[in-house]
Design a protein around this ligand. Structure first.
Ligand SMILES: [Fe+2]
Length: 387
């Protein structure tokens, strides 16, 4: 009787224990022609992995699928934020993926005690995520740009209606998606969760850092949530005929501004970024592309009314970009649409500024880049074509 009682108590212990759960994600980041990062968050510390299978019609459990772990200096790491890099993929292909997290209950010395495993169900066709690798040979692509959402969910959800399943290749979030980053939760509540609900398990978003994303305690964790191929918030990617250059303009006011409480050093940062940009525009990948599109949150426009941040960004980047045959720069920040021709700025290319209540939908093919400015009702307010 005593043995049965002990067994019952043990069983109750097992079944009443809270199983580990996914609380955010998964979402794609830093997708390239051959690699991608899968991100998610669990409610307890866990050792995590991703299984990857080609999208070839086989059952996910047809064969053992390769597993990828998050590692640091050769060691598999555990935590609540999971960032797993998948490598060795082929350009222009679709891969299915499943995520798993094994709870780490206790660590004593070198011994690790594990608990439950959470895993995504991959029995059904739509249960798994998709990695669509970039393809420099794709004949036509579509990308969508949103900016200055400042965590407004109604506006974000309305503008995400521009997403066309099977047609939209990627989103660019062109800065100020939130107003401040005091906690991890603000990022997920502000725009990441809505993106996951709509597309981000199977279509990537590329984040362009806005001046508001530089603010708050969690601002220095930016790359933990939005990793890039350069390990900086400025990077490049190539898809179809477009070579994209993502720039980080930093803060908008002088570094000495009281509002920054002695924490800003963006002049030096922009100058370092300019050195990187010089190498980028000299690369074959940049030179050989049909179109070169620059994304930067703050537009260096407005002459004498320009604030220090965008003005200095223009001084750092325009001399380099002006020699690189840039097709168009896309910005936000002003909360107002404007189209700035080269005769009105120091740039030798147009600067298209998207407002805070519209999305830009760009369809690109050999004929050009056709950009529609679409409002929250889905109406096309303006159109531009860049050749
Ligand atoms: Fe801004």
């Amino acid at each position: 009787m005593k043995k049965i009682l002990i067994a019952l108590v043990m069983l109750c212990g097992v079944y009443s224990a809270q199983a580990i759960k996914f609380i955010h994600g998964p979402y794609l980041q830093a997708v390239t022609e051959t690699e991608a990062t899968i991100m998610w968050v669990t409610d307890a510390k866990a050792l995590s992995w991703v299984e990857v299978a080609p999208d070839d019609g086989t059952n996910f459990y047809h064969v053992e699928r390769p597993r990828y772990y998050q590692t640091y200096l050769g060691k598999r790491v555990y935590g609540t934020l999971h960032q797993v890099r998948i490598t060795g993929l082929e350009p222009g292909k679709r891969y299915r993926y499943a995520i798993s997290s094994k709870e780490v209950i206790d660590v004593k010395g070198h011994r690790v005690t594990y608990g439950h495993v959470a895993t995504t169900r991959v029995y059904g066709k739509s249960k798994h995520g998709i990695i669509p690798t970039l393809d420099p040979k794709k004949e036509s692509i579509q990308f969508i740009v949103l900016n200055d959402i400042h965590a407004n969910q109604d506006k974000l959800n309305a503008l995400l209606n521009t997403y066309e399943e099977g047609k939209t290749d990627m989103f660019f979030y062109n800065g100020d998606m939130v107003s401040m980053v005091p906690t991890e939760q603000v990022l997920f509540d502000g725009f990441v969760n809505a993106s996951i609900d709509r597309f981000a398990k199977k279509v990537p978003f590329y984040l362009v850092r806005g001046n508001h994303e530089t603010r708050g305690l969690f601002a220095t964790s930016f790359l933990d949530y939005f990793p890039t191929t350069t390990n900086k918030p400025y990077y490049t990617l190539k898809h179809g005929d477009v070579f994209f250059i993502v720039l980080d303009g930093g803060e908008d006011k002088p570094d000495s501004c009281l509002e920054y409480y002695e924490t800003a050093e963006y002049d030096k940062y922009r100058m370092e970024e300019a050195e990187w940009l010089k190498k980028v525009v000299e690369s074959d990948e940049c030179k050989s592309a049909k179109y070169r599109v620059v994304l930067m949150h703050m537009p260096p426009i407005g002459g004498k009314n320009m604030w220090h941040g965008p003005k200095h960004a223009g001084e750092c980047f325009f001399p380099i970009l002006n020699k690189a045959n840039i097709t168009v720069m896309i910005s936000g920040h002003t909360h107002r649409y404007s189209y700035n021709t080269p005769d009105t700025t120091d740039a030798e290319f147009p600067i298209l500024v998207n407002g805070n209540k519209t999305a830009l939908k760009a369809n690109v093919d050999a004929e050009g880049i056709k950009v529609d400015v679409i409002d929250t009702t889905g109406a096309v307010k303006k159109s531009h074509t860049f050749k």
